[in-house]
Design a protein around this ligand. Structure first.
Ligand code: GDP
Length: 193
């Protein structure tokens, strides 16, 4: 069955978003790293499943080796199912994403969010970046333009509405994401004709 896959660092609001997308209740604010296996749910308005992949990055009480293992599992899952995945959703925290990316950029370091974005594209999985917690961001356009810059997308972000979707999952404001995902799904249906 066709699939939409959700990835993102822990604490970006992935469980909150999953709840909005599927109507199921998810473990939010529980023990970090609890989503260890990919979880599949039906996405009602469209005929496919949505897969929640484990959160990654810093989690208190989770050691380095285990974090690496989680990351490796995510990468393998995406490689194995790339053919089947219609859209990848990379969830980031709009409030902190630029700081996190810049802090982890260096001669031998690629920030995880940037790496994952390019990895999904290399697998030819159409990707939408769900920029969550926009309710906490004042200079929205500037922030989203900076994010484009970090991801190698030529600003302004408004040119990339199929790729950059500002949302506030907590308040159910996720229309830009639904819209972007729908665009990708319909594009693929057209290609299949
Ligand atoms: P996960 O670890 O990625 O699954 O993140 P959760 O869904 O558990 O959310 C982490 C924290 O971010 C919780 O305290 C949520 O209430 C909060 N959160 C999620 N979405 C939003 C949002 O749109 N705006 C704000 N301000 N907080 C959010």
């Amino acid at each position: 069955e066709a699939e939409v896959a959700l990835v993102g660092r822990s604490n970006v609001g992935k469980s909150t978003l999953m709840r909005e997308l599927t109507g199921h209740t998810f473990d939010t604010g529980g023990k970090p790293g609890v989503t260890r296996q990919p979880n599949h749910y039906d996405w009602a308005p469209e005929d496919f499943v949505i897969t929640d992949l484990p959160g990654f990055g810093f989690m208190s009480g989770v050691d380095e080796d285990y974090r690496e293992e989680i990351k490796t599992n995510i990468v393998h899952y995406l490689e194995d199912y790339a053919e089947n995945i219609l859209v990848g959703i990379l969830v980031v925290d709009g409030k902190s994403v630029i700081d996190i990316i810049d802090r982890h950029s260096g001669p031998d370091e690629i920030p995880y969010d940037v790496e994952m974005f390019h990895f999904l594209r290399d697998l030819e999985i159409p990707t939408v970046v769900a920029v969550n917690k926009m309710d906490k961001v004042d200079d929205k356009d500037e922030r989203l333009n900076e994010l484009c810059d970090r991801l190698g997308l030529y600003p302004p972000w408004k040119q990339w509405q199929e790729t950059i979707a500002p949302i506030t999952a907590k308040k159910g404001r996720i229309e830009p994401l639904n819209e972007a995902v729908r665009e990708h799904l319909h594009e693929q249906q057209r290609d299949d004709l």
